[in-house]
Design a protein around this ligand. Structure first.
Ligand SMILES: NC(=O)c1ccc[n+]([C@@H]2O[C@H](COP(=O)([O-])OP(=O)(O)OC[C@H]3O[C@@H](n4cnc5c(N)ncnc54)[C@H](OP(=O)(O)O)[C@@H]3O)[C@@H](O)[C@H]2O)c1
Length: 228
């Protein structure tokens, strides 16, 4: 049996990488593409549900609510890496997860999933350390700070049980993504840094996530679920 993927944002930078990776998979194929490229479907509403087993979305935040609504209506699992989602989008994602399997992550790299787990280990230092998240991205990135930095900040603040200063965001050149966590006391400094060396790391993570999610019960899953 071939698993049919609807790819949203197919002609974008991420969409093209994911398309290429899926074409190498024996039992998976991209059956429909939504985007503005040649031969692509213009609107999510025009997707044929019979031709879709799972949806992968790397498009734009303004499209997210219609992607989620389509998946909910047709009970199709969704993997999305689209960033810049609103609070309302995230709430909708949470409620949709009672009727379909969803995995949304602002960063599909397993290295960042690990970093997110490591941050939890800072808890015992909370009393005597200051913390700071820093991120660097290419000059075309729209959202700032990055969705990943916001996620790391949330995890950090939860585990050190204190507010940290807002993440520092630097934009320039073609940097794919650097995220760094600082822990600083009067006597010592700890830094943990993750660098994405190319875009493929996110595309590979997204395809891995889709293969992992397909067939899972309804629910909201995290990229860190793939670590265990
Ligand atoms: N989670 C992760 O690991 C990760 C990694 C990298 C990027 N991202 C996120 O993934 C998203 C896509 O990134 P990207 O670098 O691939 O961006 P991109 O190159 O701009 O691609 C976005 C694609 O979506 C299409 N699109 C936008 N609005 C649309 C609409 N209303 N209807 C149909 N198609 C529409 C665009 O088509 P047009 O250009 O023709 O408008 C484009 O092909 C962004 O939110 C980015 O931040 C996430």
């Amino acid at each position: 049996m071939t698993v049919k993927v609807a790819l949203i944002g197919a002609s974008g930078r991420m969409g093209r990488e994911i398309d290429a990776l899926i074409s190498e998979e024996k039992q998976w194929r991209v059956s429909q593409k939504v985007g503005h490229g040649v031969g692509e479907i213009e609107s999510v509403d025009q997707l044929n549900p019979k031709e879709v087993d799972i949806v992968i979305d790397f498009s734009t935040a303004s499209l997210f609510s219609s992607v989620l609504a389509w998946c909910t209506k047709h009970k199709k699992p969704l993997v999305s890496g689209t960033t810049g989602l609103s609070e309302k989008d995230l709430e909708s994602l949470e409620s949709a997860s009672s009727s379909l399997p969803v995995l949304w992550s602002a960063n599909m790299s397993l290295g960042i999933a690990w970093l997110s787990e490591i941050i939890k280990q800072l808890a015992p230092l909370a009393a005597s350390f200051d913390f700071q998240i820093e991120e660097v991205h290419h000059n075309k990135k729209i959202d700032s700070p990055s969705g990943t930095a916001k996620h790391l900040q949330q995890v950090l603040e939860k585990y050190v049980d204190a507010e940290a200063p807002q993440p520092l965001a630097i934009r320039g050149g073609g940097v794919f993504g650097i995220h760094k966590v600082w822990a600083m006391s009067d006597e010592e400094v700890i830094t943990v840094e993750h660098q994405a060396l190319n875009r493929t790391v996110f595309a590979k993570g997204a395809v891995k996530a889709a293969k992992w999610l397909y067939g899972k019960p309804n629910g909201r899953y995290l990229i860190s679920s793939l670590l265990s």
